[in-house]
Design a protein around this ligand. Structure first.
Ligand SMILES: [Ca+2]
Length: 625
């Protein structure tokens, strides 16, 4: 494919080519639509493909194609929206690592200093969910859950290697079958081609914040057809792509299903230059748990025996974790956020932590600001084009994120800030404004809900359930689930989080750190944690070993076992891992003694790794004990 000066041209090139080809190859179907189509002048002159580059099959129709090409090369086809009036468009917006407490509608400590008015508008004019949860707080697995409506042990995307093969991209397939024009724009992160979408333009892997490249469909194999935006930030570029598709790509005789996915605010956070001064003079409010690790927080799984693993479990903001911390990583990346010639050796623990925390939050919130401003642009376009009220708009992030709570960074944890996803819906035709729901929904429920809005059937492969009736009636179904399931598999990878599973009810959370990888190896001490989220919303007191809560713990443990049955996580996927899950399930005196021993062994192992300079350790596969 030729190199285009900008993606607009590239997009129109592809779009027009596709339209023309479709008319030639399917003349009856396409010309049937022509009477309802309006023509307008394109904003750009484009070159059509060199006929020699086309396949033999296409060559047979080239004379015909060339003839109409001459008259139509300067035209973009738009159609009278007839079907669109019957069924809504569906715009699914997902940012990367945008935690609910980074959105002012959720009313966190950040709401005043870093408001997100455009995202908040969805809550004001629609519904906000306070108990929306991911089932595995990490990028690719969460995306796979949304796309398939299945938990990760069913869709096979257990970790960052996760992918959903063409032919299995359920949402795209079903929306296409239902007559929607389907498009996927922005961060994809599922490795293989998003081939089941009719149009796609996606970042390779994580993509770049500045001068991003995108993969599109083309003559070359998947991944080789690239368009590039020089001088643009990815959030701006992704919005431009979507606006361009809405203007010139969307076949308006069908409703659209568009997945619009930002890379921001994933780490390491690089905002557009225009936000560099945003929050520059502000001290970002800190969570109490950044400073106070109360004796009751966590368990032997996260603290080690007699607290010996506190430095080594969970990457830190300040210097707590010697392997990886923001204090270690951020001064060289963002020197402007630190004093001139900064050397952490010249500062106290408290000063260092505060500097790293502020650098972290400012860069993160600048990326969030870019997302919110761009959504303002997108919503305005929908409003001006008459599509805003005709479109179900969803906003979410692919999981939550720890913004310094418990001195943790990143996601992966089952703690509130990481497990919770923001989830907002606006569709004024049937969803009343200003609703706030505490119903437990999981990312596997999003797909079936969208299919329900599209008035199409939900396939049997889907494990999640539509909550459209809740949105429209305000009433939670009597037989709606009361537990969210959670499982993080990528044991101790990248951010030193032990593998764990658990359940979240509306009032409590039970976490079981079984502490081993897929093969039962690289063990960390198993332990259990139980939090009362009504009395202790910031999860500072683990009640698991408190005798007055023994009955509650036993009841939640039964519910956890039942929930595993409900979702089909029966341990057969990784049997050696399940042996350890079962071994420490009761957590009797012997198990607790064993956990102490494992803690000592793990400490030695980690100290040896650090001494040997091993900073990126393969932890989540292999059966070395
Ligand atoms: Ca993510």
């Amino acid at each position: 494919m030729p190199v285009f000066p900008n993606a607009t041209l590239a997009f129109r090139y592809y779009h027009q080519y596709t339209v023309l080809e479709s008319i030639v190859l399917h003349p009856k179907r396409s010309f049937q639509n022509l009477p309802v189509m309006k023509m307008r002048k394109t904003q750009a002159t484009v070159k059509l493909p060199n006929p020699d580059s086309l396949t033999t099959n296409r060559k047979t129709v080239m004379p015909y194609l060339k003839t109409i090409t001459t008259t139509m090369a300067l035209l973009v086809i738009t159609a009278t929206p007839c079907l669109a009036a019957e069924r809504p468009n569906i715009l699914y917006i997902m940012s990367d690592d945008h935690a609910a407490h980074g959105i002012s509608a959720y009313g966190s400590r950040l709401a005043k200093i870093a408001p997100t008015p455009n995202i908040d508008r969805l809550a004001k004019e629609g519904a906000l969910f306070t108990n929306a949860f991911c089932t595995n707080s990490i990028c690719s697995p969460s995306r796979a859950c949304v796309l398939t409506g299945q938990y990760n042990h069913v869709n096979g995307s257990f970790d960052l290697g996760g992918r959903v093969l063409p032919g299995k991209q359920m949402l795209a397939i079903e929306m296409g079958k239902a007559g929607y024009h389907t498009a996927m724009i922005g961060k994809w992160h599922l490795k293989v081609e998003p081939a089941d979408f009719q149009y796609y333009c996606v970042l390779p892997g994580q993509g770049k914040y500045h001068n991003p490249e995108f993969r599109v469909r083309g003559d070359k194999p998947w991944g080789k057809n690239l368009i590039k935006f020089d001088g643009k930030h990815s959030t701006d570029a992704i919005t431009d792509l979507t606006l361009d598709w809405l203007q010139a790509g969307w076949e308006q005789d069908k409703p659209f299903f568009l997945m619009h996915h930002y890379k921001a605010p994933h780490d390491y956070f690089d905002n557009a230059p225009r936000y560099e001064s945003y929050l520059a003079d502000v001290n970002i409010p800190e969570p109490d748990t950044l400073w106070k690790r109360g004796a009751q927080f966590g368990s032997i799984a996260t603290r080690g025996a007699d607290d010996e693993l506190i430095p080594h479990i969970g990457t830190s903001i300040g210097s707590r974790n010697p392997r990886r911390s923001y204090l270690r990583d951020l001064p060289s990346r963002y020197p402007d956020e630190f004093p001139p010639n900064f050397d952490s050796a010249n500062h106290t623990y408290e000063e260092n932590t505060r500097l790293a925390y502020n650098a972290y939050l400012k860069k993160y919130l600048r990326c969030v600001k870019g997302v919110d401003d761009n959504l303002g642009r997108l919503f305005k376009y929908l409003e001006d084009s008459g599509q805003l009220d005709n479109t179900v708009i969803i906003y979410t992030g692919d999981q939550g994120f720890m913004l310094g709570e418990h001195d943790y960074q990143d996601k992966r944890w089952m703690y509130e800030e990481s497990q919770r996803m923001p989830f907002l819906v606006r569709y004024p035709k049937t969803v009343k404004a200003g609703q706030r729901f505490d119903t437990i929904i999981e990312n596997v429920d999003y797909g079936p809900t969208m299919l329900d809005f599209a008035s199409t059937e939900i396939p049997d492969s889907v494990q999640g359930r539509s909550f459209k009736s809740l949105l429209e009636t305000g009433k939670e179904a009597d037989d709606w689930k009361q537990t969210a399931y959670y499982r993080y598999w990528m044991h101790m990878a990248h951010h030193d989080n032990p593998a764990h599973l658990g359940i979240r009810t509306k009032t409590h959370k039970l976490i079981y750190y079984y502490g081993c990888n897929y093969d039962g190896g690289y063990q960390t001490p198993p332990g259990w944690e139980l939090y009362d989220l009504v009395a202790d919303p910031h999860e500072t007191r683990n009640l698991y070993h408190d005798p007055t809560h023994a009955e509650l713990a036993a009841d939640l443990k039964r519910q956890l076992a039942d929930t595993r049955v409900r979702v089909g996580d029966d341990g057969t996927h990784y049997p050696a891992c399940e042996v350890i899950v079962q071994q420490f399930w009761d957590y009797d005196k012997t198990d607790q003694d064993n956990a102490r021993e494992i803690s000592h062994q793990y400490l030695q192992r980690r100290l040896d790794e650090l001494k040997a300079g091993k900073r990126n350790i393969q932890t989540f596969r292999g059966n070395v004990k």
